[in-house]
Design a protein around this ligand. Structure first.
Ligand SMILES: [Zn+2]
Length: 97
């Protein structure tokens, strides 16, 4: 799975940290365990809502304070959503858009 954050952390693009976690069988780079927790939960929610078995790509726009508008892609299919979390990584909101 790829995201539009190609410089660093798959969630926030920060380049200061190095924390790896396996997501869907792929080793992915994050800046910290909280970003990895958020990403993992986001993937779980997308798959639950769409019924998809995999996600090829996620485009994430926004930031921690505003929340993030995202589009996940699986082949030709797209799923748009918005989410926001607390600083500890727990979800405040997750909505289909
Ligand atoms: Zn991060």
């Amino acid at each position: 799975m790829k995201t539009n954050n190609s410089e660093g952390c798959a969630l926030c693009n920060a380049t200061w940290g190095e924390y790896w976690r396996e997501i869907d069988g792929e080793n992915m780079l994050f800046c910290c365990n909280i970003c990895a927790d958020i990403f993992q939960e986001m993937v779980r929610k997308v798959k639950e809502n769409t019924g998809w078995e995999k996600i090829d790509y996620v485009n994430l726009q926004g930031n921690y304070s505003k929340g993030r508008n995202c589009t996940a892609t699986n082949g030709d299919r797209k799923y748009s959503y918005y989410f926001r979390t607390y600083s500890d990584g727990k979800f405040i909101t997750f909505q289909e858009r």
